[in-house]
Design a protein around this ligand. Structure first.
Ligand code: AMP
Length: 218
């Protein structure tokens, strides 16, 4: 099982690129934020537990997230491996992931860190729209669907996430800097960190990520 972690601030393009990378590599795409939004839409107890944190742009407690993601990774479609998107987000989550993998004689293959300047992040988040049905991400300017408001992939309707409003976005960025950015050194110390320039066109960035994984160079 190959486990690739995609990291970067909210709005770095993690979701968009993680899906593309998973398709190219034949791996499953596992996004903790998607799992929470699905649970919320389905009104499950997990969704209800996560709701308040998500609305405030805060992190859901580690144990809830870790259980949810490890359970997802145990499903058959993840047998070949996964591209993790939005997880781990804290040192405790990264340690729990390492422990769970180590128990199976495995480890994280690489942590791909997508670097983007702060002003790019804000533009990307405020223009983001996602599909209500399949959660495919779009951008009103940088990655618009063929028909306004309609998902290219499944025909579902597109909407703006509550937590993509500017006020919440600012808080999410602070949370990222405080709790998630330290993971960069966590993976660097383990020699797993690979940095990539996250600016530019979608295909350009996907190309850089694939090359990084293949050859260890961007
Ligand atoms: P995302 O779609 O990755 O931006 O996640 C949306 C929201 O889900 C976050 O703002 C958190 O409230 C919650 N969430 C997603 N992944 C995690 C995680 N790994 N740890 C804690 N909370 C998370």
């Amino acid at each position: 099982m190959m486990v690739v972690v995609v990291m970067g601030p909210p709005g770095a393009g993690k979701g968009t690129q993680a899906v593309r990378l998973a398709e190219r590599l034949g791996l499953a795409h596992v996004a903790s934020g998607d799992l929470f939004r699905e649970a919320l839409a389905a009104g499950t107890p997990l969704g209800l537990q996560a709701k308040g944190y998500m609305e405030r742009g805060e992190l859901v407690p580690d144990t809830i997230v870790v259980d949810m993601v490890l359970e997802r990774m145990a499903r058959p479609d993840c047998a070949a491996g996964v591209v993790l998107d939005g997880f781990p987000r804290t040192a405790a989550q990264a340690e729990a992931l390492d422990q769970a993998l180590a128990a199976q004689g495995k480890q994280v293959e690489a942590a791909l860190y997508m670097r983007v300047p702060a002003e790019v992040v804000l533009d990307r988040l405020t223009g983001r729209r996602i599909c209500r049905d399949c959660q495919a991400p779009y951008h009103v300017v940088f990655n618009p669907p063929a028909r306004t408001g309609i998902c290219d992939r499944c025909g579902g309707s597109l909407y703006q996430r509550e937590d993509d409003r500017e006020e919440t976005v600012r808080h999410r960025l602070e949370v990222y800097l405080q709790q998630t950015a330290p993971l960069i050194s966590y993976y660097r110390q383990r020699r797993l960190l690979r940095e990539v320039d996250g600016t530019g066109g979608l295909d350009e960035v996907t190309g850089r990520l694939v090359r990084l994984l293949d050859e260890g160079v961007a």
